[in-house]
Design a binder for this molecule. Structure first.
Ligand SMILES: NC(=O)c1ccc[n+]([C@@H]2O[C@H](COP(=O)([O-])OP(=O)(O)OC[C@H]3O[C@@H](n4cnc5c(N)ncnc54)[C@H](OP(=O)(O)O)[C@@H]3O)[C@@H](O)[C@H]2O)c1
Length: 164
């Protein structure tokens, strides 16, 4: 099973504040939807609770939590190991979609990162993506999306593959 991380990161590594994102970037959300639709997404309980309309449609939603027992439209696991073990029996690729705690605990096991670099800094951010060791990752794709009237910052989608 291929474990892929999907994340959007500001220049300072920031990914969130107040259990929300730091920006409104519909273009990035559209790419996120295209990438993950039809697949399994794995997320922490806080990220799940930050979704404005609950589970994301047309995806198998898996939530990691010690406190949540169950919730409509999602499968809850009390540990990451247990979730990955179960998913490895049924899934070819699982997308880890956050947040900070879950990224930190899955990074070592991830083979690919779909990294959106957001061209901005957020001094009041509270949640951060772990620092990547450049020697561990090879860039395989890079696409720039300029800012426009709907997307307030320029973004660069970088696809990173783990070096073996
Ligand atoms: N920029 C991006 O791409 C992006 C993507 C996703 C999220 N975010 C942002 O990230 C922030 C949320 O991240 P976060 O780090 O605060 O929370 P999180 O990783 O989404 O969720 C943390 C929760 O997951 C559960 N958990 C974590 N490790 C566990 C383990 N080993 N076993 C069982 N349960 C475990 C716990 O739930 P219980 O407390 O229920 O036990 C914990 O409170 C928000 O601001 C969100 O908007 C940004």
């Amino acid at each position: 099973m291929l474990l892929s991380i999907v994340v959007a990161v500001a220049k300072d590594g920031a990914i969130g504040k107040g259990n929300d994102l730091l920006w409104h970037l519909p273009g990035d959300l559209k790419r996120f939807k295209a990438l993950t639709t039809g697949h399994t997404i794995l997320m922490g309980r806080k990220t799940f609770e930050s979704l404005p309309n609950g589970p994301l449609p047309q995806r198998r939603n898996v939530v990691i939590s010690r406190s949540l027992q169950s919730s409509d439209g999602v499968e809850v696991f009390a540990s990451i190991d247990e979730a990955l073990e179960t998913l490895s029996e049924s899934d070819d690729e699982v997308f880890v979609i956050g947040g900070g705690e879950i990224y930190r605990q899955t990074l070592e096991r991830a083979q690919r990162i779909y990294l959106t670099e957001v061209d901005a800094t957020f001094p009041d951010a509270e949640v951060f993506f772990p620092k990547l060791e450049s020697g561990e990752w090879k860039e395989v794709e890079r696409t720039t999306f300029p800012r426009d009237e709907r997307n307030e910052y320029e973004t660069v989608l970088v696809v990173l593959q783990r070096r073996n």
